[in-house]
Design a protein around this ligand. Structure first.
Ligand code: 3PY
Length: 249
């Protein structure tokens, strides 16, 4: 039986003090929550939020990291710096990184392997653009991003990977994939994982849905057999919109 993993991606929102206020509320509200939780504030708020979530049931996540451990990489943040702040999980390959900042699969794969080699958990995001879905290529795109993102990851390290299916056309648009559509792609991704790592690993793999998940659609999405949680954007920015999803049975 897989445990739901409900994660908040705060993107480029909130100053450090605003982030601390939200994290403080969430620590209280999710204290008795039955699922696995993570919040990912901006880099600038990680240090402050780290102190708030320490010892709670909420993991600290980062939204990205460099392909390199250290060096001359102006503006980048390294795995060592994240670990030093208490970060436990890193989101990699988010569609905003892939499409706005032109990160390709080989770059994302380097990041995945580096994060895992330092003991971080990884949320690997995959998902198709609207034109790819309309051209019947959603499965092909998700397969490629899954296979290339996980290339070279060992079966042991795979236990620290969550996959987030985020149809790009449903991100920040208010559109959501129907629970049936999302479940079909999740099942397909699970099949790819089975092909790469075997049936037991695929059965254990947590596959989150991301893309305008909110309180009024979360229960229907989470009721589907292959949807094991959510990577939540806009609705993660307030305790009264995130907590109902996080506490959803
Ligand atoms: C969204 O739901 O908008 C997301 O991008 C979550 O990562």
């Amino acid at each position: 039986m897989r445990k739901y993993f409900i994660a908040g991606n705060w993107k480029m929102h909130k100053t450090a003090s605003e982030a601390v206020a939200l994290a403080t509320d969430l620590v209280k509200e999710l204290k008795a929550g039955p699922h696995k939780y993570m919040i990912a504030p901006s880099f600038t708020a990680l240090d402050a939020v780290s102190k708030v979530v320490k010892g709670s049931n909420i993991l600290l996540g980062a939204q990205n990291m460099s392909t390199d451990e250290q060096g001359a990489h102006t503006g980048e943040v390294s795995v060592l710096q994240l670990k030093d702040l208490g970060v436990q999980v890193v989101i990699l390959g988010h569609s905003e990184r892939r499409h706005t900042y032109k990160e390709d699969d080989s770059m994302i794969n380097r990041k995945v392997k580096l994060a895992l080699s330092h003991g971080l958990e990884v949320i690997l995001c995959v998902g198709e653009l609207l034109e790819e879905r309309e051209a019947g290529k959603a499965e092909k795109v998700c397969e490629e991003q899954t296979r290339l993102g996980l290339a070279g990851v060992s079966l042991e390290d795979l236990k620290k990977v969550t996959i987030a299916y985020e149809p790009v056309w449903a991100i920040g648009t208010g559109k959501t994939a129907t629970p049936e559509d999302a479940d079909a792609i999740h099942a397909f991704i699970r099949k790819i994982v089975a092909d790469m790592y075997g049936a037991a690993a695929a059965e254990a793999m947590i596959i989150q849905y991301g893309g305008s998940m909110k309180a009024d659609n979360a229960a229907a999405l989470l009721a589907k057999a292959n949807i094991d949680g959510g990577l939540i954007g806009g609705a993660a920015l307030k305790a009264d919109t995130f907590a109902p999803i996080a506490l959803c049975k």
